[in-house]
Design a protein around this ligand. Structure first.
Ligand SMILES: Nc1ncnc2c1ncn2[C@@H]1O[C@H](COP(=O)(O)OP(=O)(O)O)[C@@H](O)[C@H]1O
Ligand SMILES: O=P(O)(O)O[C@H]1O[C@H](CO)[C@@H](O[C@H]2O[C@H](CO)[C@@H](O)[C@H](O)[C@H]2O)[C@H](O)[C@H]1O
Length: 490
């Protein structure tokens, strides 16, 4: 339990920057891990409405992080990032929230407060949900926070909140089995692509995404010249899939089943994933079709493929600085990227941008695709640009490679029988090939030579991205994309 003591942040520095910096590095969603940074500003956005007598005060905060050196693996991250940290403020320590404790200080109006990350707190999350509900009824007081609602669903405001344990780039909170709120952590002025795409696909009744119920946004202050700035979107509320199983978990179960009886081929194994890979291919194709119908598309000339090849090579150059083991494969990878430069053009449209099995959910009503935010390391402006749908296809193909490798990786140390280990490795390869093929056939069938060149390059590019992602977030898994890269085009 945390109690005030001398040496704690005082009212003078109010919200101590070091306290927030220490908290950020403990979270899964902080994107600056492995980089040298300091917290340079902490801004109070607003207090959440929807407070009852026994609720905590919930103050949404933006924490500004400044990095010592510019650039990440994509070389495009700004030096400054903003992270959203809503605080639930209590007069007395809350033992049940010890794991979410951020700090204590003397608040100018509330007195001594104990601050907790509000997404962990049911009382705080209930305030948020009530505010969405009040917005729909037109009962929300004027304030800087705008709770937007789409028609078609009555929220269950009595539902208790549960924070998803696998917090990833953001924080997702389920309200009973009724709705799911995703609170964005790294926020940027402008329209959030996850909200934008969910809204468009909800309005056309797509079967493959969760219906969007609403979102929370705030107007940002005018710039130094008095020019109004775009809104900043902070959270989205969507349909909760009660019967959902994560595509990644399903794939792992299938691989484990196969490797548990390696005498069987994937075709004969009870947990064959191929029918699901087929349905997934159809679902992704359908989402791409709708995105092409409802967002701009463009046919670009030879300069686009030349630029794409250069971008892939540049990403490799930057990745080499983070993952020196890539050097052994650099020439081969550059050869794969170089072939893209000769393709003579590119068809682009809105895409998912960071598609993998963990972004898919198998429900009783088929496959759903989630998280249209794009690659978290890229800047917002880049993530909303039209891109090639083959980037998404490549993301899925990489995931079909990751699943068996990650199972092998977790079992490898325990295997003393070399023959059995080899048989398992063979089965793992079969699993990946079989599901990649089923997915591709269902997505679009026969690929032209040009499409194959493009797809191979996107697969290699994604694997390079993954080496940096793993080096920074899960160093124990770095060998997974590295082993794949050793085989790409070899
Ligand atoms: N509509 C939904 N219903 C049920 N679970 C969902 C829904 N949307 C996402 N999820 C689950 O929440 C997890 C996190 O969602 P995601 O959008 O990928 O968040 P992040 O941006 O943090 O990666 C997903 O892996 C998925 O298991
Ligand atoms: O889900 P996010 O948008 O935060 O995506 C990031 O994290 C993913 C891991 O959670 C990472 O995906 C990589 O690991 C997956 C297995 O955990 C695998 O299925 C993917 O193929 C692989 O790329 C993703 O790259 C990263 O952007």
């Amino acid at each position: 339990m945390n109690t005030p003591r001398s040496g704690s942040p005082s009212s003078a520095d109010h919200l101590d920057r070091k306290v927030f910096a220490d908290y950020l590095v403990r979270t899964r969603w902080f994107g600056g891990k492995g980089r040298s940074f300091e917290v340079t500003d902490i801004r109070v956005l607003a207090e959440l409405p929807g407070r009852l007598d026994d609720s905590p005060h919930v103050l949404d905060h933006l924490v500004e992080v400044t990095y010592a050196a510019a650039g990440d693996e994509a070389g495009r991250s700004p030096d400054v990032e903003l992270y959203q940290v809503p605080l639930a403020l209590y007069e007395h320590p809350q033992g049940r929230l010890d794991h979410a404790f951020i700090g204590w200080w003397e608040d100018p109006t509330l007195g001594w407060v104990h601050a907790y990350d509000a997404v962990h707190d049911r009382e705080a999350m209930a305030c948020l949900l009530r505010s969405f509900d009040a917005a729909a009824a037109g009962e929300l007081p004027e304030g800087p926070l705008a709770f937007r609602r789409l028609p078609g669903h009555d929220l269950d405001t009595t539902a208790h909140s549960t924070l998803f344990s696998g917090e990833q780039s953001n924080s997702s909170v389920a309200f009973g089995e009724d709705s799911l709120m995703k609170l964005f952590r790294k926020v940027t002025p402008g329209v959030n692509p996850d909200i934008e795409i969910h809204r468009a696909l909800t309005e056309v009744g797509s079967d493959h995404v969760a219906a969007l119920y609403g979102w929370l946004e705030v107007e940002t202050a005018a710039n130094a010249d008095g020019i109004a700035q775009p809104v900043m979107q902070l959270a989205m509320l969507q349909q909760f899939f009660r019967t959902a199983t994560d595509g990644w978990d399903l794939a792992l179960a299938s691989v484990r089943g196969l490797l548990g009886s390696p005498e069987l081929h994937a075709t004969d194994s009870g947990g064959d994933f191929a029918p699901e890979a087929t349905r997934l291919g159809e679902a992704v194709a359908d989402v791409h079709r709708l995105l092409a119908e409802h967002f701009p598309t463009e046919t670009r000339g030879p300069e686009a493929t030349v630029a794409l090849a250069a971008t892939m090579s540049e990403r490799l150059d930057r990745a080499l600085a983070v993952v020196p083991d890539l050097a052994a494969h650099a020439d081969r990878l550059r050869g794969i990227f170089g072939r893209v430069a000769e393709l003579g053009g590119l068809q682009v449209q809105r895409i998912h941008g960071d598609l993998h099995l963990g972004q898919t959910l198998r429900t009783s009503k088929g496959w759903k695709i989630v998280d249209f935010e794009g690659e978290p390391a890229k800047q917002l402006a880049e993530r909303t640009l039209p891109d090639s749908p083959w980037r998404d296809v490549a993301g899925m193909l990489r995931s079909f490679d990751y699943a068996p490798r990650s199972v092998e990786h977790s079992q490898a140390s325990g295997e003393s029988d070399a023959e059995l280990a080899e048989l398992r490795r063979m089965r793992a390869g079969e699993w990946a090939n079989r599901n990649r093929n089923h997915f591709i056939v269902a997505y679009g069938g026969d690929l032209t030579v040009e499409q194959r060149v493009l797809l191979d390059a996107y697969v290699a590019d994604k694997a390079v991205y993954e080496t940096v992602y793993e080096a920074r977030n899960r160093p124990g898994w770095l060998s997974i994309p590295l082993e794949a890269i050793a085989q790409i085009g070899a």
